[in-house]
Design a binder for this molecule. Structure first.
Ligand SMILES: [Ca+2]
Length: 523
């Protein structure tokens, strides 16, 4: 192993001709070895494709039944998939903030969806210094963003319409349904081969329309009709057998974790009162919404493949968080459970290994995205200021997995340490209740081991490590007051919605059309 690495180092530093001259590599017969090094390889373009609320298992390539995602499957088959990928925070704005800055939302004083972050000066400073678009612009790239943004921005600005430039991107429309497809088709058709390298983000909304079925997150009237309405109209006309064939099998972990406290799952949509019929429709629709966005992703890929840029473009595919899909009787997100914390994270493109399904490496798309694409593109970034790791050595086969013994994630009311087997969470609620699960023996997270005598040593070690990490990030003492205030705020904002949720979910159109920026705090 050591010998291989030494040889590779020599080869890289000397060039093929130099290595051949030293007898390390044979000279290629019939090919002149130029005295000067070959021209530097052209910087790759980067295309980031994001969906919203797509759990890690929602690719048919991963063997998920009752689902057909041919475009995403192609990415998985032609690239490298991380299947143990966690988001930094399983809700929109904080997850996206991490994706586009490499920093936790808690570093700007918030962990939730809020149009007005606690300290907007910190948001501006961090987005300016670490914003993904700025890093690539400084390196000579052109940077574009099309579709749903939903990032922190100073008060008075729309989180969807204004922040792309703050993070270093030129905004190319904010229609999150067909907008990114239309952008990609025009972009790839008119771009010329000699143009600067590009970093483009196409950000789709679905399968997020599932929130409507849960009775929240109604789309404002200024956007095009929600895809959920179109699909539900189709569902009503389906033959019963055809409808049934599209419903995935029920999950096996529908029970609450033992010792659960109501505030741990406060942001749920009352889904524990749903009937089996309600759940069947919810899950049928979630799968169809994922297929719908797969079709949009497919048309973006077709536009790229028809252009001269296909061979030199690295594609990253990921999502901002998943959906609980009925695990623990819950829908939506915002909780520290696998179904909403884990999302797809796939890389394809020049130099990246093909058809690799990585079930082992613990990664965090938010933290690791910037280091990885910077490393792949040769773009400078301040690695000392970011906690994420470059995954390039794994993706290209040029080195080992990143040195990492755990990852830290957060939700609006909790912090988690995850070492790949054990996951320990402490809640910012009175008494700081906690939760320990063994993912190896209990992948459905049904057994809280905090009071298990045999698990005390593990719990104490993980808690100690987590608290030390929080101390280094100035996040102690835990902000119980903030969490309770946030819960009260959400309860007040969605008080009317709660009553509606108990009755039926997603029937008919919402009257919530006042403000196109009035994203649900639960997104
Ligand atoms: Ca989201």
């Amino acid at each position: 192993m050591k010998k291989t690495r030494k040889l590779r180092t020599l080869h890289l530093s000397l060039g093929a001709a130099g290595a051949a001259a030293l007898g390390i590599l044979p000279a290629l017969p019939g090919i002149a070895t130029p005295a000067a090094a070959a021209p530097a390889p052209k910087q790759p373009n980067i295309l980031i494709i994001t969906t919203d609320q797509q759990s890690w298992n929602m690719l048919s390539a991963y063997g998920t039944p009752a689902l057909a995602t041919p475009a995403m499957d192609r990415l998985a088959k032609e690239g490298y998939s991380f299947r143990r990928n966690y988001v930094a925070n399983p809700v929109c704005m904080p997850s996206r903030f991490t994706l586009y800055t490499g920093h936790y939302a808690s570093e700007v004083g918030t962990k939730d969806n809020t149009p007005n972050p606690t300290d907007s000066r910190k948001v501006i400073a961090m987005a300016t210094e670490f914003g993904m678009g700025h890093l690539f612009r400084k390196a000579g790239y052109e940077t574009f963003y099309s579709g749903k943004t939903h990032l922190y921005t100073p008060p008075g600005n729309s989180p969807d319409m204004k922040p792309a430039p703050l993070y270093g991107f030129k905004l190319e429309g904010f229609d999150p349904y067909e907008g990114p497809v239309e952008f990609a088709q025009k972009f790839f058709a008119k771009r010329k081969a000699g143009d600067k390298p590009f970093l483009a983000v196409v950000s789709f909304l679905n399968p997020h329309d599932i929130c409507e079925q849960a009775g929240i997150g109604r789309r404002p009237a200024t956007l095009k009709n929600a895809e959920s309405n179109r699909l539900l109209d189709i569902q009503k006309r389906l033959a019963p057998a055809k409808y049934a064939s599209g419903i995935p099998p029920m999950l096996t972990n529908t029970a609450p974790i033992n010792g659960e406290q109501p505030a741990w799952v406060e942001m749920d949509s009352n889904s524990r009162k749903w009937t089996p019929t309600d759940w069947s429709l919810y899950r049928w629709l979630y799968y169809r919404l994922t297929e719908s966005v797969d079709n949009q992703v497919g048309r973006v890929l077709a536009a790229l493949n028809a252009s001269p840029f296909a061979a030199n473009t690295i594609i990253v595919f990921t999502s901002d968080h998943g959906d609980m899909q009925g695990a623990h009787g819950l829908s939506l997100k915002n909780v520290p459970f696998e179904e909403c914390q884990r999302v797809p994270f796939v890389f394809t493109g020049p130099g990246i290994k093909k058809g690799v399904i990585d079930n082992d490496t613990l990664v965090c798309n938010g933290l690791d995205l910037i280091p990885t694409i910077c490393d792949l593109a040769g773009v400078k970034y301040n690695s000392d200021a970011l906690t994420g790791k470059s995954l390039k050595p794994l993706l290209t086969g040029s080195g080992p997995a990143p040195q990492r013994d755990c990852i830290y994630t957060e939700t609006y009311n909790s912090f988690t340490i995850n070492d790949g087997r054990y996951k320990y969470t402490i809640f910012e609620l009175p008494g700081n209740p906690d939760m320990l699960v063994d993912l190896q023996t209990d992948p459905g997270e049904l057994h809280n081991l905090v009071n298990d005598p045999a698990s005390q040593k593990t719990k104490d070690a993980m808690k100690d490590k987590l608290m030390k990490n929080l101390a280094t990030r100035n996040l102690l003492p835990l902000a119980t007051d903030h969490t309770l205030a946030y819960i009260r705020k959400i309860q007040n904002e969605h008080g009317a919605g709660k009553a509606e949720k108990g009755k039926g979910k997603g029937k008919g159109k919402s009257n919530n059309t006042a403000n196109p920026d009035d994203e649900s705090s639960l997104e």
